[in-house]
Design a protein around this ligand. Structure first.
Ligand code: ADP
Ligand code: ZN
Ligand code: ZN
Length: 741
């Protein structure tokens, strides 16, 4: 572009508007860039309305649809070089278009908060000390008469690299440091970060020798250029070992690796396996970090200082110096899809990113999503399977208990209790899974049938005994537990069903000699609760680990030999089209915690419907046959992944308004059929939970045989809806590839 014309910056601004804005880059700012043109991916400060905002340059051009004299100049350019590489910027633009989300908001919600606020992208500098040239040749004896000074010189001489001042402060006073510095024997300098470990050994722990199945998988993964690999490996089959060895290879080409996992705080063991293996800087990125920590981690990835980045969903948007591999563990996990705001799927973006950056991606799971299985069947992904557990551990055996024919106490069958007793007697650990927190999922009146419902949602209130309250798990509405039935005034109100709080109480009474540790969102609210839990579980001492799906995630406890699934039926009833896939995945994942060590494991499943086709197939044939069958049903039902789906959601305290908006959306979709003949709509329909938090929720399903038609239709409809008055009153959004209806 010639420098003679105006320099127009097309910038993304954090607003809900689905467009970019043009600003002029004033000549006087050129000197800040040493005469260079500003580059896309750099931040600028602009006047927007009456506010000053940080915006990001998407494009630099020399013409605009707006008259030049009307275009405002930017106030300032904040980066001398772009914070986003061209590749990453394109990924953002692609994702904003694909997920029908305003680019400005997409960028600014996915980047570290401090970047949005205009914070510099350099790490703070730290004062370091080292021995000077003179000091290197000087003998420490020359300081014999100043023993502290001599000790300092010797201390620094013993180090192979410079030492941050903070390492010296407790040992040597500032006076001593200054005296030795004045003699020219040591020197200080500012460095951006602490020096890296001096050892050149990449591995600080040896690789395991891969078993034949692992070796086949490892050999099949091409680490140069783009490839997408799905490792379908049963729980405990050693997928992580393959990740570690693939990462090692990539690090040896001096490139970086991005590892995505569903939830870091729940799986400290995973993090530890990476830090134990590699003698290289690893940073983690997750929601529990402060803004400052996040920014620092982000910068370390961007500058290449960190070689391995371990993060949750949003880490897919990290900038890298030279990314060479993406790994996404537990790829079926629904937490990879953001459920509100910018509704992206980190799994799908991982594949897109790998493709654009021409690098390999490895997806791993014991229970792959139907999406990924379908991609394997259609030849887009390489399908690698591990059918055996590594480390000579064997697969656990299943025992199904029919609750229709067995009496229970607190929802636990006698034969289940016996089995637990046996394992505890044999000094082993038992994991009891119940996906319902609280004391009881319902409170009912024995006289009239009244039940405690949430006034704001279509749901029952859960009784939490420790807090003495009824709580809605959907909107957090709370009230005191009534003493009398509000409907008939009877005193005869009682709980129905069991939650983890009640099971904990029961198990503790039933097995008084063993510890019962409960793990759910309530019990882990206390700081340190998770650590205590892991400490006990890892100690191997006989105990009962009781919890919700927080227990299903990738944990490896050697001494757990029995897993009890108290209620396999919850989840079977849901009308969501993914519910059977979900329950299959959850049950297999929970079961996979059993018998991972030397001892063979068992899984006890309690159900009222042992003949249910999903459970029957799962227990008798396993996950893959179930998944293939469910895939066939999706094919017949023209549902994802066999056909692309988007939903337009609307919610309002006035149900009519939400319905009306979606009616309008439907009309707009129907109009699109002139150019996109394959568009089909279903709805507007009430959402699966119609009323939540006082709002009435509706959905419109939109599908097409071709993805491109769906995408064009959605963006046309979004643009038109934006102009509607009603769209300002009703909360609405578009969800592409929704996880739930
Ligand atoms: P997954 O990630 O598939 O659940 P892991 O990688 O956690 O499986 O492996 C399960 C256990 O088997 C771990 O304790 C791991 O150290 C061990 N393991 C994995 N691969 C091997 C191997 N090749 N030889 C010996 N032990 C292995
Ligand atoms: Zn009553
Ligand atoms: Zn509620």
């Amino acid at each position: 572009m010639p420098q003679t014309g105006p320099i127009i910056l097309r910038v993304a601004v954090p607003t809900p508007l689905r467009r970019t804005f043009d600003y002029i880059f004033p000549e006087n700012l050129l000197k800040e860039l040493d005469g260079d043109l500003p580059l896309p991916g750099s931040r600028v400060a602009i006047e927007f309305g009456r506010r000053t905002l940080v915006a990001l340059i998407i494009e630099v051009t020399d013409s605009s649809d707006i008259a030049l004299e009307k275009i405002k100049p930017i106030n300032d350019i904040l980066d001398s070089s772009p914070i986003l590489s061209p590749d990453l910027l394109k990924l953002f633009v692609w994702a904003a278009n694909y997920y029908q989300y305003p680019i400005g908001e997409a960028l600014f919600t996915a980047l570290p908060a401090l970047l949005r606020k205009g914070e510099a992208t350099e790490l703070p500098t730290v004062k370091h000390w080292r021995v000077s040239e003179l000091g290197l040749s000087a003998e420490t004896e020359s300081l014999d008469r100043a023993p502290r000074q001599k000790a300092l010189l010797q201390f620094l001489k013993d180090k192979t690299s410079a030492v941050p001042e903070s390492d010296l402060t407790g040992l040597f006073s500032a006076t001593i440091r200054n005296q030795v510095e004045a003699k020219g024997l040591i020197e200080s300098f500012l460095a951006q970060h602490e020096p890296q470990p001096s050892s050149d050994e990449l591995l600080q722990q040896e690789n395991l020798t891969l078993d034949p199945q692992q070796q086949v998988a490892m050999d099949a993964i091409e680490l140069h250029g783009f490839s997408c690999n799905l490792i379908e490996g049963v729980t405990g089959s050693g997928k992580t070992e393959i990740y570690l060895q693939a990462i090692e290879k990539v690090l040896r080409y001096n490139r970086q690796a991005l590892v995505l996992i569903p939830e870091i705080s729940l799986t400290p063991q995973t993090e530890k396996r990476f830090t134990d293996r590699f003698n290289t800087p690893i940073v983690t990125l997750h929601s529990g970090m402060t803004d400052k920590q996040r920014l620092e981690a982000w910068i370390k990835a961007k500058t290449g200082e960190a070689k391995i980045i371990l993060g949750t969903r949003s880490a897919i948007f990290t900038g890298f110096d030279d990314l060479g591999l993406i790994i996404l563990d537990e790829e079926h996990d629904s937490s990879y899809k953001q459920q509100d705001g910018f509704k992206y799927s980190a799994r799908d973006l991982a594949v897109i990113r790998a493709q654009r950056e021409d690098i390999p991606v490895i997806l791993g799971s014991a229970t792959p999503s139907l999406e990924s299985l379908n991609n394997c069947i259609e030849g887009r992904y390489q399908h690698l399977t591990l059918t055996q557990r590594a480390n000579n551990a064997t697969a656990p055996s299943w025992r199904v208990i029919d609750l229709k024919t067995e009496a229970t106490s607190c929802g636990i069958a006698q034969s289940t209790l016996d089995a637990i007793q046996q394992r505890l007697d044999a000094q082993q650990q038992v994991l009891v899974f119940l996906n319902r927190r609280g004391y009881a999922p319902a409170l009912v009146c024995h006289s009239c049938g009244w039940s405690a419902d949430c006034p704001k949602c279509d749901s029952k209130l859960t009784f939490h005994r420790a807090r003495g309250r009824l709580i809605c798990h959907h909107c957090d509405y709370q009230q005191r537990k009534p003493h009398h039935c509000p409907s008939c005034n009877s005193k005869d109100i009682m709980t129905a069903g069991e939650g983890t709080e009640q099971s904990e109480e029961f198990l503790a009474k039933r097995f008084p000699n063993n510890e019962v540790i409960r793990i759910d969102r309530d019990s882990t609210r206390r700081k340190g609760a998770m650590q205590e839990f892991f400490a006990t579980a890892d100690s191997g001492k006989p105990c009962i680990l009781l919890g919700t799906q927080m227990l299903a995630k990738g944990h490896h406890f050697e001494n757990v030999t029995l897993v009890v699934i108290l209620d396999a039926d919850s989840g079977l009833m849901s009308a969501d089209f993914r519910s059977h896939e979900r329950i299959g995945q959850l049950l297999i994942q929970v079961a996979g915690r059993s018998g991972r060590g030397k001892l063979k494991g068992e899984v006890i499943v309690q159900t009222h419907q042992p003949e249910h086709p999903v459970l029957d197939q799962l227990f008798n044939q396993g996950y893959r046959p179930l998944a293939l069958q469910l895939l066939q049903q999706r094919q017949q039902g023209m549902l994802p992944p066999c056909r692309p789906l988007a939903v337009i959601r609307a919610e309002s305290t006035y149900p009519n308004q939400a319905m009306e908006l979606l009616g309008l959306a439907r009309k707009l979709c129907d109009q699109q059929r002139g150019t996109e003949p394959d568009i089909q709509c279903l709805g507007p329909l009430p959402a699966l939970m119609e009323k939540r938090a006082g709002r009435f929720r509706f959905i419109l399903q939109v599908t097409a045989s071709q993805r491109a038609q769906l995408q064009r239709c959605l963006s046309a409809v979004a643009t038109q809806l934006d102009k509607e008055k009603l769209a300002q009153k009703v909360r609405w959004s578009i969800d592409v590839d929704p996880q739930e209806l």
